[in-house]
Ligand binder design. Structure first.
Ligand code: UD1
Ligand code: UDP
Length: 382
């Protein structure tokens, strides 16, 4: 098969690495970078570190309003798809690159697969929620990271094309953790001791674009008597400058870090506080308690099993949870077994090549795979 993979933002580069590796064993992959993220530390750093093949196309759309950015990707990607005539387009997650990728492909009647399908926050003010809803509605194949996602898709009438494969972010972590431990010197560089600091990331529009919520986060972090490492997304850095935020000396605002450094910072943290979808899951993979600086999350299973707590941005609530939140001993493998990419490749080879794409029909291949995965007793603890 000739497969176009569309990526554009930081988490998509991390996710594409294991998937590319699995797909390229038997298929031709054409990698399209939309250019949504473009700073070295937000883009090329991940290609260099993770050995992701260089993109065949970079659409160089850059930043812009939602409409402009999505439209630019749509126009430029359509040209690529018309030229390349792929058998399948793969999009992942919930970014504007995901939305435009699904839209461009489906308008050209090219079968489309969505990785990380079925995630919902049920908050349509969140740009990502619109992107996911549309991508899932248009996709012909849905690869889910969690079981809950299957139920959400079923509730929307999307069934026959749905597979629970587990989370490709877990694949990425397992494939890179040992090398990260060998290569990253971030603990020494930042003079950190394991278990003696908290790691914070913030970049959601609901937090960065609301001066009140952002101010509350700054106030909460300043009040915590603990070293905090805060690699700031460029969007967050700009928003902090806009409100002239001032941090106490124990809050170490740094540039975004590479994936290896990030894994090492995560695994050695006493606590993680974040509004990132990827970081919430990575905290769970690594068994680190997580406070989510949002009012809702797509990753409800991490909250249900007791390892993630929704604290919003109210300083009192954040501070109350900061030292009192203790997850349970149980740590079930809610995101699969770290072989999601291989499963995706297998499904494309077996079910899809053999039976064709399940376009909206109520077939059962997805359920077969769920049964297989459920029967595995693989933990995801380190
Ligand atoms: C996007 C995704 C979000 C994802 C995040 C991952 C959408 C709607 N949102 O959010 O789901 O969690 O990526 O990090 O697609 N900027 C730079 N340099 C860069 C990239 C961005 O300076 O390389 C700044 C620009 O000022 C830009 C702002 O960050 O306007 C926001 O970037 P954008 O890609 O629009 O959204 P993210 O907040 O990164
Ligand atoms: N990440 C990173 N460096 C950083 C911050 C995050 O490598 O400075 C990684 C993080 O480990 C995770 C991914 O980026 O794998 C998450 O991306 P982000 O938080 O930007 O987006 P989201 O997951 O919320 O869509």
């Amino acid at each position: 098969m000739r497969i176009v993979s569309v990526v554009g933002a930081r988490p998509e580069f991390i996710q594409v690495a294991p998937v590319s590796r699995a797909l390229r064993k038997k298929h031709q992959e054409i990698l399209v970078h939309t250019g949504q993220h473009y700073d070295y530390l937000m883009s090329q750093a991940f290609f260099d570190e993770l050995g992701i093949p260089a993109p065949d196309y970079n659409l160089e759309v850059g930043s812009g309003s939602h409409g402009r950015q999505t439209a630019e990707i749509l126009v430029r990607l359509e040209e690529v798809l018309l030229k390349e005539q792929p058998d399948l387009v793969i999009v992942r997650g919930d970014t504007n690159s995901t939305l435009a990728g699904a839209l461009a492909a489906s308008k050209l009647h090219i079968p489309t697969a969505h990785i990380e399908a079925g995630e919902r926050s049920f908050d349509r003010r969140m740009p990502e929620e619109i992107n996911r809803l549309v991508a899932d509605c248009l996709a012909d194949l849905h690869f889910c990271a969690s079981r809950v996602a299957l139920q959400r898709l079923a509730a929307e009438g999307i069934t026959g094309s749905v597979y629970w494969v587990g989370d490709v972010m877990l694949d990425a972590m397992l494939q890179n953790r040992a090398v990260a431990r060998r290569k990253s010197d971030v603990m020494a560089r930042l003079e950190l001791e394991p278990g003696k600091y908290a790691l914070v990331t913030v970049h959601r529009a609901a937090n960065t674009d609301d001066p009140v919520r952002l101010g509350q986060i700054v106030q909460a972090l300043n009040s915590v008597p603990e070293t905090i490492v805060f690699p700031a997304h460029p969007r967050t850095r700009k928003a902090l400058n806009r409100i002239a935020a001032h941090f106490a000396p124990h809050v170490r605002l740094i540039e975004p870090v590479g994936y290896f450094d990030m894994m090492i910072l995560e695994e050695n943290a006493r606590l993680i506080a974040t509004d990132s979808g990827g970081v919430q899951r990575e905290a769970y993979f690594m068994g680190i308690p997580c406070l989510t600086l949002r009012d809702e999350t797509e990753w409800v299973e991490t909250v249900e099993v007791g390892w993630n707590k929704l604290v919003g941005t109210d300083p009192e609530r954040v501070l109350d949870a900061w030292f009192n939140f203790v997850p349970p001993a149980e740590h079930p493998p809610i995101f699969g077994d770290g072989t999601a990419a291989r499963r995706i490749a297998q499904i494309l080879e077996s079910d899809v090549l053999a039976f064709g794409l399940p376009r909206g029909q109520n077939g059962a291949p997805g359920e077969r795979l769920i049964a297989n995965l459920a029967s595995l007793e693989m933990g995801v603890n380190p």
